[in-house]
Write a protein that binds this ligand. Sequence first.
Ligand code: MOS
Length: 735
Amino acid sequence: MSTVRSRPVIGAGVNRVDGPRKVTGAAPYPMDFHVPGQAYAALVQSTIAAGRVIRVDTAAAEASPGVVTVLTHANAPRLERAPVNRLGASPPPPLQDDRILHHGQHIAVVVAETPEQATAAARLVSAEYERTEPLLDLMDPRAPQVDDPWGMDHSRGDAVAALTTAEVTVEETYTTADNTNNPLGPFATLASWDGDHLTVHDTTQWPFVVRSTLATVFGVPESSVRVLAPYVGGGFGAGLRVWPHVILTVAAARVLRRPVKLVLTRPQMFTSVGHRPKSVQRIAVGATRAGDLVGIDHRSISPVAMEDEDYEPIASGTAFAYHCENVLTQDRQAHLNIPNPTSMRAPAEAQGNFALESALDELSYKLGMDPLELRLRNYAEEHPVHSLPWSSKALRECYEVGAERFGWSARTPAPRSMRDGHWLIGLGMAGVSYPWYAADCQAEATVHRDGSALVRSAAADIGTGTYTVMTQLSAECLGLPLERVRFDLGDSDMPAAPQAGGSGLTAALGNAVFDACGRLVKRFAALAARDSESPLYGVAPESVEVTRGRIHPIGQPDRGETYADILGRHDLMELTANGYSKPRSQDELGMALSGAFGAKFVEVRVDADLGLIRVARVLSVIDGGRILNVKTARSQIVGGTVGGIGMALFEDTVTDAPSGRIANGTFGDYLIPVHADVPDLEVVFVGDPDRGSPIGTKGVGEIGLVGVAAAVANAVHHATGKRIRSLPLTLDALL
Ligand code: MOS
């Protein structure tokens, strides 16, 4: 297989190709689209968490100005359940019966001529309920539980026995809070039917799954559904599923035979598009006096909605994080009457890493050993589960480069030993071994008569820089300057692409683009090789490369011709090639496919009198394989770090008991870091292109967040001597 390994590891930090369109308002987000004749929908949501709706009174709403219809469970169309996809199924379709499973469940949708009329009329809908006692407490023994929901529980050796005989052990319970994804762009859907043909503008990280889901739910062929999402205002996992509000909008448009648009309100963003579920984690780690890990036992429980599933294997990352012969991980879910949890940036790992990396910090104090030295001593040179070499792993370099740049050696180990006036100073760190989601992908590359290129795939760019890095990669593979290449995405009529999620899109799509562009160059070379007028006559298509738009024999840039020359002589307007990528299995590779690795170093300052916690410095050293664009990749790590600071110090979606209502579902009440909470963040990339795929990238979309919470908590302990095992860390816990 040919590779691009000879190219530089770090790709140029070019500015976003879509930047000007975004900052001038020319980039249309899903809520910006308008179709002639469109009506507007507004949701009515349950005010109880469990029971039945006895009666929904829609008379006042129906009589309200501009209202064209009100759908409830009594008159909504019967719909099929969404199919299971690679990441699980989407939630069941709404308004199919009278049961209430959570507060905020959609019980009606009001459609009117204007958004204001729909919103006003929705307030006139009233409901009578029969209440039952909701299950809201994760530890409630009545909550139906699922053991090992993903078949990922792990056991090697005998962790329980090893821990009973270990010389030094730490056994503690750590908890993390419900967090809400809260992308900046409110989710929006605009649906229009033309007979059995459906066009949907939707906020999604995965146009293809919206297409297949809506086709099944509405009983039409996939080919008659088109999903468009050229721009999406963030997702953080909320756009990985097809939510009930999307189905309601499409259903209303079908019933009315006119286009319908729905934009969620910010409070609805807390109840309708998922959230990171809280967790309770019991973890025991045991070591010899010398600091060799002998056993790890990590068990989690987290909530899931009453009739839903959610991929959240919280403890499973512990299985491959360190060299240790006796490891047990177990995950369990409890069904509660809560709005549906879903993936949120680094699902499961974000929570699991907090427990593991906090417990190791505690162990280091019991051992009297530097926390960094403990990680290095138990470094997993090969994959601990598969006993195979990693396709790449520069975690040791992450630790070493990080310690040097951060000035770790200046840290005095004793808690409360570093001080600046009334500020207690604490330095903490955490290691991260991150998996990523590998998927198949397709792309199509075309070069036109004028020598410009268009490369396309049905992926989404959720703000991560996909347009930009794929333009760069296409330009590199086609030997064209950046401004001669356009990359297009966000349309399910384009070649199939997987989700923008699981830190997997860049690798899947990049390898498909690499394949498509490589095939296209060969098509041009094959045409030229058969053409006696071409300077490439008789040259094998495998023996060419492209420099500044000229195809030439490898190493002979003066001999050759341009794409346009070849098209012109053959009287062709364009030439196209399709490319495909499929992740190779570890059996094929003889290696364990590596995700990204990272080391996080944090300095906190804690007010000695008030307990106020300030994050003063964060250094992230990341092995992300080949980095296609150092600027957008750094932005991914910076954004993830801000999310990590949020998880550590602020974010907590509070459910009121016994109503089950989310009590802080606004940006005024749900705390996220503001500029004053975020110091200058330093990001360093280390490592080599990964050996697991031709382009050598690994995912950097999620690892920026993971480890920050543990590093902050460990730094707070170093500053104050207080170990807080529950997120978010708030000042009351320090007083
Ligand atoms: Mo991410 S939680 O896979 O969007």
